[in-house]
Design a protein around this ligand. Structure first.
Ligand code: CO
Length: 426
């Protein structure tokens, strides 16, 4: 298997929560020589320096300072969160069995979560002698399962079923006698008394490469860890450009981005301000020379439901990176940004497909236009074509992931200069 796909799979298989996904990206940045910054300390940035920072351990930004006088920022934005179930406070329910109390995070497809082994991962705050400490936990074994109701007790199960998340999707953990054990397992995994937690269910099934030519990949959270990973690889593999390359991976996209660490926060804006003030650069002028790639997966035409796709803008898995359009700016692409992105892809020899919603289907939105409210630069929305978006096991094509890595390397290495009538791109 291609080394790049092996690396993607290794990342996906260890990214059991948004916190673990960010830890996986942090590891590749550290391995590439990036230095950690904290928002609460002063920064001393130097030309040639490579840096990253995290917020809430669930969003991560990385950048490097070129030699010479930087011209603008080359930005990308993707997200590390996924629709899933979050464990509630007082997370155990007693009865004939012991179950966990969970609620929905984001707009998931519910039925794929049933009848498969699940576990719990996330972040806990542990009491220490000096205060509190954030620790990642991953129970990492088959611990839970949400059982279906037998067909004999619900003859309508195959005719459309309205799921009640307060009833139907509570996972079974053990017998009646298991009551109280969840906290014990957690505290053992965390190594201390837990004062607060953000814990999520995840499926135990690993990523799989499959198909007649092994052309497809299925995994949890391809939306949007596939883009987060490929943007990171492109960012790391790019040649030096005259701009400051900035990688941003946010949390909270699946719940509207409005959090401390989402795309609607001040994280990117404040970071760019700090970079400019450290290097004595004029922020407005820097922004006027900048560009943003908002990378979040796109819907491929469905093999069984081609009628749900637009008549003319129908991405197919395996046929390249998708440029996403929406007249109402749910996607930020316009004539200018699409032209720039096409030029970058041509340079990388990456095929480009286009996506529009069928005009009578509302479709989704993403973080591009939310981020632009804070950092207003020309922006393009792109993604990789995939099936079953927001299922707990999604499907895409491996050739598209490699195409995006190549496109992002070309993008981050580009010399993009604004002129009176357009741009020059080298
Ligand atoms: Co997404």
């Amino acid at each position: 298997m291609d080394k790049r796909i092996e690396a993607l799979i290794d990342f996906l298989d260890n990214a059991h929560s948004v916190f673990h996904a960010v830890a996986g990206l942090e590891k590749v940045l550290l391995d590439a020589g990036y230095q950690a910054l904290n928002e609460w300390n002063a920064w001393d940035l130097i030309p040639g320096g490579k840096y990253y920072l995290k917020r809430n351990d669930s969003a991560i930004l990385a950048f490097r300072i070129p030699q010479g006088n930087p011209k603008g920022f080359l930005l990308s934005a993707s997200h590390a969160d996924r629709p899933c179930f979050k464990v509630k406070e007082n997370g155990e329910l007693k009865g004939a069995y012991t179950r966990l109390a969970v609620e929905r995070y984001g707009g998931m497809l519910i039925s794929p979560w049933l009848d498969r082994p699940l576990s719990v991962a996330g972040r806990v705050m542990v009491e220490t002698e000096s205060g509190i400490e954030s620790r990642l936990v991953d129970i990492d074994r088959d611990l839970l399962l949400i059982p279906n109701v037998a067909i004999h007790m619900n003859r309508q199960a195959n005719d459309g079923y309205k799921w009640n998340p307060a009833v139907d999707t509570l996972p079974l953990m053990g017998s009646k006698e298991a009551a109280g054990k969840f906290q014990t397992i957690l505290e053992e995994a965390a190594g201390g008394k837990i004062l607060g937690h953000d814990l999520y269910l995840y499926i135990r099934q690993k990523a799989s490469v499959w198909g007649l030519e092994e052309e497809y990949i299925s995994s949890a959270a391809l939306d949007d860890l596939e883009c987060a990973w490929c943007c990171t690889q492109g960012f790391l593999n790019a040649a030096e450009s005259s701009a400051i390359p900035v990688l941003s991976v946010f949390d909270s996209e699946e719940v509207g981005s409005a959090s401390l660490q989402g795309a609607a926060s001040d994280l990117l804006e404040v970071t760019l301000q700090r970079i400019c003030s450290c290097l004595n650069l004029p922020l407005p002028q820097m922004l006027a020379q900048s560009f943003m790639v908002s990378a979040d997966n796109a819907h491929a035409i469905h093999p069984n439901h081609p009628e749900l796709a637009d008549a003319a803008n129908t991405p197919v898995m395996g046929k390249g990176v998708v440029l996403k359009y929406n007249a109402n700016q749910r996607y930020t692409s316009d004539g200018v940004s699409a032209a720039i992105f096409r030029k970058v892809c041509a340079k990388a020899e990456v095929p480009v497909q286009t996506y529009c919603n069928r005009a009578d289907l509302p479709g989704g939105s993403t973080l591009g236009n939310i981020s632009l409210a804070h950092v207003s630069v020309p922006s393009v929305d792109i993604g990789l074509p995939q099936l079953a978006m927001h299922s707990c096991y999604e499907t895409a094509a491996i050739s598209d992931a490699i195409a995006l890595e190549n496109a992002m390397a070309a993008y981050y290495g580009a010399a993009l200069e604004r002129t009176a009538s357009g741009y020059t791109l080298k």
